[in-house]
Write a protein that binds this ligand. Sequence first.
Ligand code: ZN
Length: 96
Amino acid sequence: MRKTEEEIKRSYVKRRRWINVVWLLNFTLLPLLGVLYLLFRESEVLSKVIMVSLGAYSAFAIFVMWIIWRCPSCHMVFSRYVFDPKECPYCGVRLR
Ligand SMILES: [Zn+2]
């Protein structure tokens, strides 16, 4: 069944919220983990915790970028550099 324009826009808003979380973490969590790693690299436990957090973040970011950050209509993956497209670059459906 084809989605209505309204459903596509609503779905797009939800998807953009997830990619926003990824960008936010990119600029907050990653530098923070970097600093923490420099401070605590002597500690075996803490540096392991930092590595695991980094791994978890990467898995989350990859999941969002490949599974969620897609056109709600044609399901093509948006480029991660496309921040907030007005319309889908593949099928041309209006997103907002
Ligand atoms: Zn599309």
